[in-house]
Write a protein that binds this ligand. Sequence first.
Ligand SMILES: Nc1ncnc2c1ncn2[C@@H]1O[C@H](COP(=O)(O)OP(=O)(O)OP(=O)(O)O)[C@@H](O)[C@H]1O
Ligand SMILES: [Mg+2]
Length: 317
Amino acid sequence: MDSSSPTLLKVENLSKKFLIKKSLLKKEYFTAVDNVNFCLNQNEILGVVGESGSGKSTIGKLILKLIKKDSGKIEFEGKDIYQLSRKEEKEFRRKTSVVFQDPRTSLNPRLKIKQIVEEPLIVHDFPKEERKKLVVQTIKDAGLDETFLDRYPSELSGGQRQRVAIARAIVLKPKMIVADEPTSALDVSIQLQIINLINNLKQKFGISFLFISHDLNVVGMLADRIMVIYRGKIMEKGNARDILKNPLHPYTKLLLASLPPDHPSKRKKLEQVVEVYREETENGCVFYSRCPIAEDICKTKPEYKKSDNREVYCHFA
Ligand SMILES: Nc1ncnc2c1ncn2[C@@H]1O[C@H](COP(=O)(O)OP(=O)(O)OP(=O)(O)O)[C@@H](O)[C@H]1O
Ligand SMILES: [Mg+2]
């Protein structure tokens, strides 16, 4: 059901740099993902939270093999996803899928809903009769009825479109879905519906989700475990409830303190957490320049401190 279930995905020392500038003499790289380690268990929702540009989507794309890793290891069902045979590669594609933030751009506007949902079944050679049956069943699983099948994406509301994107993502009964900010383009009441839908899909089909969001509030409603990312590095990782109740990393505390005051997971003592700005340190903690509690020791790199299902990247944890 949660962190005690068997491992589906195992990520070790994963790193990714992007080339940002190239001249005759020099190439400049930006480290988007920096030595990241985590597991996603069967039937589990792992929330990935962090501010814009922290590398969340890059992690999602790496584990789906949509972009190439630089180094590290990614195992899905015990197999290195860079060592798959052609048959295994196709199987991997069938067992993994993605839901993006904005269904306006992720759904082909020229196709009817039934064609959009059917497409992955065609790619994976399902016979026509079975495809028809599965499309009808899946649109219902996503909380819409058959009358939507003959419509076009432009004839749907934002929430309905996201349900179609989810139907497409689940039609092959995948084991793992990367949901990259799936609720961020929706208003709050619709957000809740999509969150409930994702939770139901986890319960009903045992699908595991890597649920990416910049919003700790949203992640807190859904995730079994959370990892907090800052500049491509995991700052804190642990059970969602524990992290929301008792954040240990100063960056997690900052994220929690920035939630609206009426949110239940906001604790009064966190209101004092104030962000600071100081000069970067080249060889120290990545969070040094903004950390409210940094001292000289933080000019050296911290180790991950591990205890009771929690890992924290901080000298003072
Ligand atoms: N193809 C690319 N080429 C160069 N830089 C890239 C590329 N993709 C991502 N980056 C950079 O890597 C960093 C991490 O990007 P990423 O999209 O993973 O962040 P994010 O956490 O998903 O942000 P957001 O919340 O805004 O979606 C950013 O600084 C981004 O500019
Ligand atoms: Mg992103």
